[in-house]
Design a protein around this ligand. Structure first.
Ligand code: SF4
Ligand code: SF4
Length: 445
């Protein structure tokens, strides 16, 4: 059964919908005790996961059972925050109806980043994932809500063709909307009533970990969870669009070594050897080369959650960005984290140092956009631009030619032989208009 489920997930092109897009067939091809549904939806403003748990709970649970059957897990735990009352009621009712006795609902506290895999696992299972490790190391697999819905569809041989996302910020109508993969951001914003300000930036993802798009002529991918339209000088946007060298210079010269970033760092609180305040000293020229190498490795443990940058630092500088830059250098040099084998020791004050989501929203100046938008149905554009690389691994190899007629769900990109990757499928019925720069453009007919 395992091979069949993994094959169906692979064939359907399922990737992690909540993160960087790890092909899900890779994750499902494991043996674990527990499967966790990550419904924390911990990034402020994003609402599509609670919407799915409220309205598509049976589909999600079907996907959860498939992964449990595949991995041999005896327990499936659906984790979400109690503040999503309708979703929580839907989950509890579905769990009570489940006759297998294998499912549980777990109510998370409302803090950021409750959805970080390491944090989630600790909250739910009371275990700490080893430094530099993944939940598999403690016998768990964690996936996002929409991923489980896509897995359920995969069991019926239906590939991933659509994405649910939140559209919010300075747009005419805040909404959760379902769109075909490859819908242009500009088309989604127009569907939401357009931007309400003339000069704006669009954040792809959540305000903490999302990235600012260079322009709106970009497609929605399998991993796009939200589009947030904000003024260019908004707290959320300003640091994300600043020249990275300038951010590093400002951060490392202004840092007063107060250690607040380390005190509130979610990974440090779990006992991981990550001390962002020490990393800020890498560039001050005062450390020995030996100490620099030892300290710099710690950046490999950073999840880039942004708590240090957006909440902890009184100097308003960006340890997260500095860590990201150090991490990049470490990876380019082939440096990997090597655990000394010791058990991480959780900080006894950890739960007192959680960052409440409500305070984070205030700090980020997002209160006026925190509207919990309703589902606006499906939007179908005239044309989609589908990237062949929407996932971790090798880009898919194009399997269609210009002028070819395709139907939604047809294979248009195949995993290269012997590579890790994900299949890509047409998301609307139409004709292939162009294949260039790793994108397949389909015009509806
Ligand atoms: S971004 Fe900052 S707070 Fe988050 S894990 Fe990295 S160092 Fe810690
Ligand atoms: S919180 Fe800011 S000022 Fe304090 S040590 Fe960290 S980076 Fe430096």
């Amino acid at each position: 059964m395992k091979e069949q489920i993994v094959e169906k997930i692979r064939n359907a092109g399922v990737v992690g919908a909540g993160g960087a897009g790890l092909p899900t067939h890779v994750k499902a091809n494991a043996t674990v005790d527990t499967v966790l549904v990550n419904g924390a939806s911990c990034e402020p403003l994003l609402s599509s996961d609670p919407h799915l748990m409220e309205t598509e709970i049976d589909t999600m649970i079907r996907g959860l059972h498939a992964v449990m059957d595949c991995t041999g897990a005896s327990k499936g735990i659906i984790c979400l925050k109690g503040k999503h009352a309708a979703a929580m009621a839907s989950v509890r009712e579905a769990v009570s109806r489940d006759t297998t006795g294998r499912l549980e609902a777990f109510e998370l506290k409302d803090f950021y980043p409750a959805g970080d895999e390491h944090v989630l696992v600790h909250e739910v299972l009371g275990k700490t994932v080893p430094e530099g490790g993944i939940p598999l190391a403690i016998g768990a697999v964690v996936s996002n809500v929409e991923t489980f819905c896509n897995i359920a569809a995969a069991m019926d041989d239906k590939p991933v063709t659509h994405r649910y996302l939140t559209v919010t910020g300075e747009v005419g109508q805040h909404m959760v909307v379902k769109v075909p993969v490859g819908t242009m951001v500009a088309d989604v914003l127009a569907h939401a009533g357009g931007a309400t300000i003339s000069d704006y930036k669009v954040v792809d993802g959540g305000p903490m970990m999302g990235r600012v798009l260079p322009d709106t002529a970009r497609p929605v991918t399998k991993t796009t969870s939200g589009l947030i339209v904000l003024p260019p000088d908004h707290t959320v946007v300003a640091r994300k669009i600043m020249d990275p060298d300038r951010v590093r210079r400002i951060t490392t010269s202004i840092c007063c070594q107060c250690t607040h970033c380390t005190d509130l760092c979610p990974r440090n609180l779990l006992g991981h050897s990550l001390h962002p305040h020490k990393l800020m000293r890498i560039f001050d020229g005062l450390m020995s080369d030996e100490l620099i190498v030892e300290t710099a490795k710690e950046a490999l443990l950073c999840s880039e959650c942004g708590v240090c940058e957006k909440f902890a630092c009184p100097m308003m500088v960006s340890p997260r960005e500095v860590n990201a830059q150090i991490k990049k250098i470490m990876r380019q040099q082939g440096v990997r984290w090597e655990s000394d084998g010791s058990e991480p020791v959780t900080n006894p004050f950890r739960s007192d140092r959680f960052v409440p989501t409500s305070r984070l929203i205030q700090r980020l100046n997002l209160t006026k956009y925190d509207t919990h938008p309703a589902y606006a149905g499906e939007f179908v554009p005239d044309r989609v631009t589908i990237p062949l690389a929407q996932h971790i691994g090798a880009p898919a190899q194009c399997r269609v030619a210009v002028g070819e007629t395709v139907s939604a769900g047809d294979l248009i990109g195949e995993i290269p032989e012997k590579a890790m990757g994900a299949r890509v499928h047409a998301s609307i019925n139409g004709t292939v208009e162009s294949v260039a720069d790793g994108m397949v453009v389909i015009r509806s007919c």
